[in-house]
Write a new protein. Structure first.
Length: 309
């Protein structure tokens, strides 16, 4: 078998690039940042001298190392920006076709809920967790990627897992989430606060990400009554302006979601469903984060949320 040499790296990069983008996205929670990280990694690889290229034992492993380390750097630089972000920072949703098949099959690692939860992790721990649970890398290889020892790599993954276990999104099939979303949209569109409350769990939390561009709740909302009144209030404000609420079914990050139009603006509505009902509501309204899922080829036919069917 021909052993890939220095002259083969552009072809190998082209083959690996989609998976590298998915890796960077799961570390960063932002496709735009992931594209920047991968582009900068490509420039670094291209700048290698001939002796440096000849010393590379495995180009896929080397690419994983360069992209992961660059993603960690980007995440560190983004930390302050996200801390000072106007209101809650939520991940950038992407369409299913943006992820390679192996990443789509592990959609729990790339779900909106998990990416949001991983924001609490240190950059290195987040990268270690993704490398282990998304790519199935052994600890010695994770250690090599991160420049640490296998024992420390194992500790990083374990530490991240313990923190994530506290708020880990429940595994719920897409059909069940779709039913919950349909019921929620219908109740909200009809201004039915009591029915909306009945669909929410006692410990429900809502996050709304407007990015300072679109008006949204600046702090998370807790409890079914506050969440219900917030959602119904937006729908009523839209109706008062003569613009009915509409909804478009969508699949983002391998999950069911809904693109709602309120007051003339599209917003992504994502929920998590537990035994007691809807336990988390995420509304992404920042237009800078919706570009990839609002491309014409990703949009489904509009559904009138006021249609009783």
């Amino acid at each position: 078998m021909h052993e890939p040499g220095a002259e083969d790296w552009p072809e190998i990069w082209a083959r690996e690039q989609r998976g590298l983008l998915a890796l960077a996205y799961r570390i960063l929670g932002s496709w735009a940042d992931a594209e920047d990280a991968v582009a900068e990694a490509a420039a670094r690889v291209a700048s290698l001298s001939a002796p440096q290229r000849a010393a590379v034992r495995s180009w896929p492993a080397y690419f994983t190392q360069v992209v992961t380390r660059r993603a960690i750097d980007v995440l560190r630089s983004a930390a302050h920006r996200r801390e000072t972000y106007p209101g809650p920072w939520l991940p950038e949703p992407i369409a299913a076709e943006d992820l390679p098949e192996d990443a789509a099959a592990r959609r729990d690692i790339a779900s909106i809920g998990m990416l949001h939860l991983m924001e609490q992790l240190r950059p290195e721990d987040r990268a270690a967790y993704v490398l282990r649970h998304a790519l199935d890398l052994p600890y010695p290889q994770i250690a090599e990627v991160l420049g640490t020892s296998p024992a420390n790599a194992r500790q990083m993954v374990s530490r991240a897992g313990r923190r994530l276990d506290v708020g880990r999104p429940p595994r719920t099939d897409r059909a069940r989430v779709g039913v919950a979303l349909t019921a929620l949209v219908d109740a909200v569109a009809h201004g039915d606060v009591e029915r909306t409350i009945s669909l929410l769990s006692d410990d429900v939390t809502l996050w709304a990400d407007g990015g300072g561009v679109v008006q949204a709740a600046r702090n998370p909302l807790f409890g079914p009554e506050r969440v219900a009144r917030f959602l119904v209030g937006i729908a009523e404000a839209s109706r008062a302006e003569g613009r009915e609420m509409t909804a478009e079914p969508a699949v983002v990050n391998g999950e069911s979601a809904v693109i709602v139009t309120l007051r003339g603006r599209r917003k992504l509505l994502h929920v998590e469903v537990g035994d007691g009902g809807i336990r988390a509501v995420r509304m992404i309204a920042n237009p800078e984060k919706l570009g990839r899922i609002l491309r014409p080829e990703h949009r489904a036919p509009t559904i009138d949320a006021n249609d009783p069917q």
